[in-house]
Ligand binder design. Structure first.
Ligand code: NAP
Length: 487
């Protein structure tokens, strides 16, 4: 049960001002915007609403802080990151409650996100000390050739509401490790978690101007400044493909370096030789996490004709047991959708699928407020919107197939290429299918693939670049080649 105390905003980490040049500041205009709890519709807080003039100040401060910050030793930056990592874990419960209140995700998942988000800071605190260059065998006897990796400069990050903490740390961790000051633009739905981690960054001792957070509801105006201001040398964005394309166009004005983590349309293939219980477990983890609102959520389940009915039956049992409710209630497994727009999209996808011949096997309806029943649709087909576009909700459409080549073709028949999954016990098939799937990530007999130690990212319209892993720092450094002559 949720007690009235649970419903209260955790006070010690709540901040409603932006964080610029080491100070908590309000927008020059004095404007604010409200943050609401999607589970209840209640306003949690009013946050300062910054605009172009405010973001310019943050850019100036970050730019001024850059030389001294990049000149610290890697070990000095690593120590600050380690301190920040420890502070985030110390405040895990409060951060998790704040996150659940502003984005609706159930509390166990919010705690998991704090761990996941913090893991990037620890990982890049370690990677900071391994930013090696090369010594290159020279092309003539009188030359010596070397490369070094240098910090790219001021980094701006723009992130979505579905991972209010981890999408920030996955970018800011490597940026700070590389010696880049950052300007964080969190989503207007979930600025409170972003401000709370800024407060912990301040406590960790990052110098003024190195860590800045701009809260705003004027995403287009602030985004344009971040893209077009040439003092920002890199933009790292996670969000929808449509916004990513717009930002990329805007960044072309000064050829700013850009990394994009965008939308997906993940296929999940269950072959006739799969372990069905394992496949159900993987589908549950990947489809219903965050009420189906993650970029790596399964969007299309392809099940072989020979095991279709058995799989649907086993999946129905698991889906039928899901508890829907306010994420602060420890029993809840499915929270609300983020807003009306998200709910409308789910309803539109379901209505379109039913009109084109799908059947509701379970669920199919909205509940009170922004909640939607966990839903299974059978007899899904390629002409349905849900086959082409991420539903971003707790709806599992199940397609039928009989042939391996054909299902690979269908799985790849999308402009997206982020995560994909399949289940089979045949090792030859596992290699064959994994290589044939046109995706940045493949889960083979596994539904949970994200970790700080492995490269996260997509191909085609799912983005540019990789986050996490040994590759993650590369996107925040420039390689400098030095040629020593007359040796
Ligand atoms: P979105 O509308 O693109 O918003 C993402 C961020 O961009 C928010 O901070 C948003 O601010 C900001 N934004 C929107 N329009 C902008 C503009 N014109 N200029 C500058 N900033 C702008 O995406 P969303 O629907 O909130 O997030 C869900 C999407 O993110 C899904 O497509 C999901 O697949 C994708 N995603 C991808 C990954 C990945 O790693 N590949 C991870 C998580 C999510 P406001 O909040 O103020 O609108």
């Amino acid at each position: 049960m949720i007690t009235s105390e649970d419903r209260m905003v955790p006070n010690s980490l709540i901040r409603t001002q932006g964080y610029v040049n080491g100070k908590w500041v309000s927008a020059a205009s004095g404007a604010t915007f409200d943050v609401t709890n999607p589970a209840t519709g209640e306003v949690i807080a009013s946050v300062t609403d910054m605009d172009q003039s405010d973001v310019r100040q943050a850019i100036e401060a970050a730019h001024a802080a850059w030389p001294a910050f990049r000149d610290l030793t890697a070990k000095e930056r690593s120590s600050m990151l380690k301190k920040w990592f420890a502070l985030i874990l110390e405040n895990k419960d409060e951060l998790a409650r704040l996150m659940t209140m502003e984005c609706g995700k159930v509390i166990t998942e919010s705690r998991g996100e704090v761990d996941y988000g913090a893991s990037f800071i620890e990982w890049f605190a370690e990677e900071a000390r391994r930013t090696y260059g090369d010594v290159i065998p020279a092309n003539t006897r009188d030359k010596r050739l070397v490369t070094i990796k240098q910090s790219i400069g001021v980094v701006a990050t723009i992130t979505p509401w579905n991972f209010p903490l981890a999408m920030i740390t996955r970018k800011v961790g490597p940026a700070l490790a590389a010696g880049c000051p950052v300007i964080v633009k969190p989503p207007s739905e979930t600025p409170l978690t972003a401000l709370a981690v800024s407060e912990l960054a301040e406590k960790a001792g990052f110098p003024p101007g190195v860590y800045n957070t701009i809260t705003t509801s004027k995403n287009a105006e602030v985004g344009l400044e971040l893209c077009e201001n040439s003092k920002v040398r890199k933009l790292s964005f996670t969000g929808s493909t449509a916004t990513g394309k717009l930002l990329m166009k805007q960044c072309a004005s000064n050829l700013k370096k850009i990394s994009l983590e965008l939308g997906g349309n993940a296929p999940f293939i269950v072959f006739e030789d799969a372990d069905l219980d394992a496949a159900v477990k993987g589908a549950m983890a990947s489809k219903f996490r965050n009420s189906g609102q993650t970029c790596v959520c399964v969007n299309r389940l392809y099940v072989h004709d020979a095991v279709y009915n058995a799989f649907v039956e086993k999946l129905s049992k698991a889906v039928g047991a899901l508890q829907v409710g306010n994420g602060l209630d420890a029993q809840s497994q499915i929270g609300p959708l983020i807003n009306e727009k998200g709910l409308d999209k789910v309803k539109r996808h379901v209505a379109d699928a039913l009109a084109k011949g799908a059947h509701v096997h379970m669920g199919g309806h909205e509940l009170e407020g922004l909640f939607f029943q966990p839903t299974i649709l059978t007899d899904a087909t390629a002409d349905m919107i849900i086959a082409q576009d991420e539903v971003f909700g707790p709806v599992a459409p199940i397609f039928r197939f009989t042939d391996e080549q054909e299902v690979i073709r269908q799985a790849n028949d999308t402009p997206y290429g982020l995560a994909s999954y399949f289940y089979s016990k045949d090792i030859n098939r596992c290699w064959r299918v994994a290589e044939a799937l046109d995706y940045g990530m493949v889960g083979i007999n596994e539904g949970m693939i994200s970790t700080e130690v492995a490269p996260f990212g997509g191909v085609k319209e799912s983005g540019i670049g990789r986050e996490g892993s040994k590759y993650g720092m590369d996107y925040f450094t420039e390689i400098k080649y030095m040629c020593f002559g007359g040796m």
